[in-house]
Each structure stands twice: as structure tokens, then as C-alpha cells.
Design a binder for this molecule. Sequence first.
Ligand code: C2E
Ligand code: CA
Ligand code: CA
Length: 763
Amino acid sequence: MNTKPKGLGSLRTKSEIQRARTSETDGMPLRPNDKLLHELQMYQIELEIQNKALRQAQVELKESRDRYVDLYDFAPVGYLTLTHEALIIEVNLTGATLLGMERNQLIHHRFANWVATEGSECWNRFFISVLQDNERQSCELVLQRGHNSVFHAHLDCLHIKTVNGEHLVRIAFNDISEQKQAEEALRIAAIAFESQEGIMVTDANSVIQRVNNAFTRLTGYSAEEVVGRTPNLLSSGRHDKNFYQYMRATLNEQKHWQGEMWNKRKNGKIYADWLTITAVTAPNGEITHYVGTFSDITNNPESLAEIHRLAYYDSLTHLPNRRMLFDRLRQALAASSRNKHYGALLFLDLDNFKTLNDTYGHSIGDLLLIEIAQRLKANLREGDTEARLGGDEFVLMLENLSENTHEAVVQAGLIGEKIRDAIALPYIIQGLELWCTVSIGVSLFYGHEASVDELLKHSDFAMYHAKNEGRNGIRFFDPEMQTTLVERGALESDLHHALGRGQLRLYYQIQVNNERHAIGAEALLRWVHPERGLILPEQFIPLAEKTGLIVPIGLWVLQTACAQLRDWADNPATSNLQLALNASALELRQPDFVEQVRQAISTTGINPALLKIELTESLLVANVSDTVLKMNALKALGISFSMDDFGTAYSSLAYLKQLPLDQLKIDQSFIRDLGDSPSNAALVQAIILMGRTFDLDVIAEGVEAETQLEFLNLHGCDAYQGYLFSRPLPLEEFEAFVEQVDAPRNATTFNPDRVKNNYAQFN
Ligand code: C2E
Ligand code: CA
Ligand code: CA
């Protein structure tokens, strides 16, 4: 029989059922049993279909549930469902992991078990408030992870009421520990930034980006005043280039530098600070910023010792410096007036230090000074003071010498000799054997007879005498020197009035060429003192230089010389004479020197080619480039230059070549013993040759003898000046002298016999 209902497997869709219905009824009428059977079949089919849909729905439901469970479990946040009693009834995997528990260890336990103790009260209050409200609420809590660690959690909570009236709380939470830490770090950084230490942040180019309040307090500069500028504005000028170079190199290499530094506040005050600089680097190692922190240590006891050292000791030799010496000298004077003992001040100046320094370089020079300092220390008694004033000058202070003048002199003299001999022993420095001698000036002190300044001046003056007497010697300050010093003081005060009272004069000394024709003159200064009579320049030029009076005096010389040239222009005997004047380094260093010369020329209307300026090599000691600049400017006006006293000072050929010179003037000391000293003769020849090489004229000064003139002439010297021709003469006599000699046009021929009386008059 084919009545068996078709299996579930064979009928699937509604259309199939429809077809089944129609095909079964097609054509023939159904009997009652058949009908029932048929309906049952239909019913069964329908059931089957429903069943199938149901199962399909079940599958779908399961899938969606699985999906939900996956999403729920593996969501990046923890989910919890709590009862109104705060019992956990659901938790996702993330939640369980965050809490460091298996899920079953959590279910039916109170959530409060995982709230860190300090947060439990806060949690209770919060939970009650969540239950009372239907709004979403959030809080931060410290939660327990497992049993031994905690984490910061952010909780979002929602109170819901289920269909069967249950009150539940759903919680989403996550670990915000890292974020918290970052916030904390920022907060700490912000607080640290406003600490007691001054902080300055710069970019890689040292441009200031940020400073803190302590910075403003310490330096006096507000943030607005410094941001965008560089730390240079704090520079005190007390550190040299090497200091900063070393700092930069250390920073580059070690990314870190610290040390003591002198800086300047906005109000100009200099202070010491302890500075730490740290380089901030990007992951690729590139420096992006520098952070500098510093504290004022001017009042910090630990650094006071260091500051004391810097203020009172010489940094090279660690001997006391001038300030410390003066302090001790004051105390020594007080002690001497109490105990009636003599003391002595020894002024030491090395004889050949400059040459050594120039020959072997400053670092050898420095080592030599250190060695000398050690020898001084080794040769003095405990209570004596050895100080370095700077350069190659040292001062020794001896105390508690005898009460008897004569004995004290002997004692000081013996110590002086011991020191002199110790210094004269050879030095081995970096494998070099060096020799050095010293000139010593001694002045005794007794109570407060002389002031500290006077004492130092006395021993300095005595040293100067020792030096003049041939070096490596010792000289005591004596009453004669005292008189000289007093006179010098008086002269100095008179000099202040000399210019205003018209006491200065220019004398003129003729210069001649190889045909003995007058080609020019040198203007030489004289001071006609109302009481002392004629004073020579070497007695007052040094004073004028020391006091700065040389500047107005030099201007007067310049203006007088120009006025003279203008007068001479009208006289054929003098109209072609070139006039040389002496300018000292201090004058040339005046910023408006060039302008003054320009004015002197234009107001007098002279021919600038007739004006010559004599300079000395001392000019080359400092700021050569400024000298060159000024000389070039003057040269452009048409003025010429002569290098005076050539050969006596240290001159670097490199410098000489830079200078727009026209003439070298061989120093008279070489001419004087030309006959006696073969080395001088060789030197003079060399200078003349050098003049040729550099295309410079060479003039010899101090020519007194015919033999000298012959030698010079033979070796190609161009011009001469000296007593052989004439002494420097006052204007009228100079003019008479020039007129008197039988002058061919444009030059004056010199005839010694005619001017013999000049010798008589000015010898
Ligand atoms: P100086 O520039 O080397 O001048 C040459 C000095 O040698 C002059 O001394 C001159 O009188 C002297 N003299 C010239 N011929 C002979 C000679 O044959 N034998 C000897 N033994 N000496 C001779 P004076 O006039 O006493 O000047 C001394 C120094 O004073 C000058 O040396 C110069 O450096 C300085 N001086 C003179 N006038 C001025 C001036 O107006 N301004 C400046 N800044 N310095 C001046
Ligand atoms: Ca001169
Ligand atoms: Ca000279």
C-alpha cells in the first residue's frame, strides 16, 4: 500500500504541501476515512514543518546566543550583573580575568569582596545611589585583582528592573591603572616643575621654551622675558669659551652635565648656581630638548668653600690672589703694630716669562707658573703668604721678622735670595728644559707706617729698579725711591693742568735720506714745567698713559702737528717735509680716533700725504683686527704709517703683514752698539732686508756716528734720524736750522758744522 504518509524527509516546503493537497484530491472524491487520514497526514506535515521552523529558529537562537556569549565574554570591558544585594550573578570572561578569578569563584559572591578596603565605603554609598536611580552612573574604584594586587577601575552602572520584578544592576568596568599612572606622573611633574629649584627647558637649539616660578625668583626674569631667547642672557662673563665648549661636548657625549656656574641676574648681580643639564632624546637618539635645573648656592654652606676659593685664590696656581693678599696684609700690619716686629713684602716679576710664553705656548707657560708657585711654597715658612697677582707677578708676605730694622733687612734679603735661587734652577716641563729668573723688590713694613696700597707700590717700584739693574736681582725700597715716588705723585697732579695751561710743546727732529737731504721730521713732545723746567717724555708719557691723559694730549699733538704742516706749506724749505707723530696704543683704541684725524686734516686743509703716524708693536698685543681696520681707514685718507722701535718687541710677521705699513723704524738700541755687537749688525741687516721684502721703507733712529751711517747706508737703509744730524729742536730753531742749511729744491742738505751750536744748546 501506498497510503503510508510520506516521510518528513520527503516533504519540505509549503508549496510541496500545497501540491500534495491538490494531487491527493485531484480527480477523485474522498471517502470519510480517507479524508480523516488525509487531514491527519496534512496535520502531520504541518507539524513537521512547524517543527522544522522551530528547530531552525532554535539553531539560529543558539547561534545568536553563542555570538552574544562570545561578545559578552570577550568584550574589552568587564561585565557584571549584580542582584539588589550586590551578589554577582553574571560576569563575563574579561570581568573574571580583570578580577583575577575563575567565574565560578565569583558567582553568588558579594562584589564588595573585590573592592579594595579603602574603597568599600565609597562603593556601598555608590551602589545604594545606583539602586535608587534609573540613570546610568559611574565611579572609579580600586579593585582587587586576585588576592595580592589591585587596579584602578572605572565602573559604569545601570539599575534595571526585570519582567519578573527583580532589581538588578549591570556593570561595565575596565582597568584604568595606566591612565591613572600617566595622570599621576603628569601631576607630579607639574608639582616638581614648580619646585624650589629653577628649571629651564630649551629646545635642541638652546632656545628657551619654558621656565618655572623658581627660575623667575632666582634670576629676576619672568617667563615672558626669556621664552624664545637663549640662556646667554644670564651669562656673567666669568667663564671663558673653554668652559662652555667643554660643557657642550660633555652634553653631547654623556647627555648630562653638572657643575657650578656664575650667572647674572636681571638686576646685574652675579650669583653662583649649581646647574644640572640633562639632554632629552627622542627614541632615535636625537636630542630634542635640554632641561636645566639650578639652585642658587651663593648662600649654601657646602658651596661657600668653593666660592671662597674662587674669590680668594688664583685658579691656576691655587695661591692666594690679590684680594686675599690684601686681607692678610691688613691683618699683618695690625699684628706688627701690636708685637713691634717687622714684616716684608716681596714683589716678584719673572724676567723672561713673556718670551717663554710666546715661544712655547700658553699651556707650557701655565705649567711653569704652577711649578714656580710650588717652589715658592716650598721655600717659605708656614705663616708666610705667597700670592699671585696675575700674569707672572707674585707677592710674598713675610711676618714676624726681627724687631730691629737692620736685622729685618738681612732676614728679608736672605729669604729673597733663597727664593731667587730656587726659581733659577732649571724646570723640566713636558720634556722641555726651561730656565727662568726673577727680579725681586722688597719693602719692609712696621705697624701702620704705610698703607697696604703704598706697600705694594713700594715693592713694585723696587722690583722695577731690580729689573733695570740687570734682572735676577733683589732691590730694597729705599728713601731715594720714596722721593721719586712722591715726586711722581706731584708730577701726576701737575700733568692734569699741563695741557690747559699751555705747558706742552712740540720739538722737531729732522729725518734725512741717503743724500743727507731733509725729508721730514719727527714731532716729539716736551713739557715746559714752570718750576722744573723742561721735562722729557719718558718722565711723563708713562704717567699720561696710566691716567688716560694721553688721549687729550695726543689730540693736541695731532692738531698742533697738522697746524704746523699747514704753516710749513707756504715755505719752500719746509713745504715738502713729512711730519711724523707718535700715537700710543691707548689713543688708537679710541673709537673716534679716525674721525679726529680726519677732522684735523680737513680743518687745516693740509696734504695728508705729509702726515705720518708712528706706532709701536705694543699695539699688536690686543685686538689686532681693530687696529688693522683703523689703520686702513686712515690709510684711505692718505696718511702713512711707520712701525716705531722696530725689533724690540715680540712681533709676529703674520701680524705685520696684515698692517698697511709704509716704514719700519729700526730701534736706536740696535744702532747704538752697531760697532760692538755683531749680532746687532746682523739684526739691522735682517731688518733692512725684511723691509725690502715687504716693500717698506727703512729708517734708522739714534744715528750718532758717521760709522753707523756708513754701515746703514752700505746695507741699503733709506733714511736716518739722530744726533748726528740734529737733536729735537723747538719750532723756531728747527725752522732756522732747515732754512740755514743750503737747500736744493725740495730737500735740505745737512751740514754738521753749521749747526754745531745746536749740540751745545740741547746736549
Ligand atoms: P721715540 O718715538 O722712539 O722717539 C725717539 C727718541 O729718541 C726721542 O726721545 C729722541 O729725542 C731720541 N733720539 C733721537 N735721536 C737720538 C740719538 O741720536 N741718540 C739718542 N740717544 N737719542 C735720540 P724723546 O724725545 O725723549 O722721546 C722719548 C719717547 O717718548 C719717544 O720715543 C716716544 O715714544 C715718546 N713720545 C715723544 N713724543 C710723543 C708724543 O707726542 N706722543 C706719544 N704718545 N709719545 C711720545
Ligand atoms: Ca717715534
Ligand atoms: Ca723710536
